[in-house]
Design a protein around this ligand. Structure first.
Ligand code: CP
Ligand code: NVA
Length: 306
């Protein structure tokens, strides 16, 4: 296990082991057990070509808690933003640091960074995947429901990076997943294919539909994300009118199981993809998800850099 670029590259056993370690680190940390020996002296570069609150803070704090050091490298400050190649950046950084987390646009840039460098690379979000988010989400579902396999996840909204990774992550761990998106905004075909392949092994059901009612029926978990991902701002007005029937509100939520939890990777836009009564209501677990970014990523860091 050298990189975390896409969850499809990790076996279900590796994912489950990572979740188990995340749980342990969380429990111990809350009970005053320090882990600052685990990555003592290790350094992680954090390259950001897009904004972030959770990813940046959880990786920086995570490295600190593990005894390591992190460097925030805004792509507009480093030479990458002025046209230095991904390959030269990878080779150079590999001489200084022990790992790279990168948030950027093109997924292929993250793959190139991993291929050209000699250190582990962690995908902190690309236009097509957000694996760290989904590890934290699976940890959260496990905490609330006590298991993953056999549950039903319903994702309602845009077939974006979060939806793509959720499809793959759920299929890997045996969670049934139904994704409902408007026509023309489906998950990418490659991610659907990877999820279907994983589902063959785990026995999960992978369903893609344009009907939010079909997807949410009997769901244990209801998930949505922004309709306007970073880089798509120009499409905002058009998207809002197309996506309105996919809003997670009290009426739609009532079609899930009565004990369903509501999830959102954040940042959220109340009144669009979700109404305030749902995201701020009793079924919402969004801040546990945000917290678990820290614990899940610490587990990833220990596995890749330790
Ligand atoms: N969910 C998530 O990745 O949040 P940030 O964009 O704040 O990092
Ligand atoms: N889909 C969103 C996720 C943000 C964490 C985006 O890419 O902007």
């Amino acid at each position: 296990m050298k990189h975390l670029l896409c969850l499809s590259e990790w076996s279900s056993q590796e994912i489950m082991e990572t979740l188990k370690l995340a749980e342990k680190l969380k429990y111990e940390n809350k009970n005053g057990i320090r882990h600052n020996h685990l990555l003592k002296g290790k350094t992680l570069g954090l390259i950001f070509a897009k904004s972030s609150t959770r990813t940046r803070v959880s990786f920086e704090v995570g490295m600190y808690q593990l005894g390591g050091y992190s460097l925030f490298l805004s792509s507009s400050d480093i030479q990458l933003g002025r046209g230095e190649t991904v390959s030269d950046t990878a080779k150079t950084l590999s001489r200084y640091i022990d790992g790279i987390m990168i948030r950027t646009f093109k997924h292929s840039d993250v793959v190139d960074l991993a291929d050209c460098g000699t250190i582990p690379v962690i995908n902190g979000l690309t236009d097509s995947q957000h694996p760290c988010q989904i590890l934290a989400d699976l940890q959260t579902v496990k905490e609330y429901k006590g298991k993953l396999a056999g549950l039903k996840m319903a994702y309602i909204g845009d077939g974006n990076n979060v939806a793509n990774s959720l499809l793959i992550g759920c299929a890997k761990v045996g969670m049934n997943i139904s994704v409902a998106t408007p026509k023309g905004y489906e998950c990418d075909t490659e991610s659907v294919k990877l999820a279907q392949e994983a589902a063959k092994e785990s026995g999960a059901a992978v369903v893609t539909t344009n009907d939010p009612h079909e997807a949410i029926k009997d769901a244990d978990v209801v998930y949505t994300d922004t309709w306007v991902s970073m880089g798509m701002e120009a499409e905002k007005e058009q998207r809002i009118s197309i996506f309105m029937p996919y809003q997670v509100n009290a009426e739609l939520m009532a079609e899930a199981k009565s004990d369903a939890i509501f999830m959102h990777c954040l940042p959220a836009y109340r009144g669009y993809e979700v109404t305030a009564d749902i995201i701020d209501g009793p079924q919402s677990v969004v801040f546990d998800e945000a917290e678990n970014r820290l614990h899940a990523q610490k587990a990833v860091l220990v596995k890749l850099l330790g």
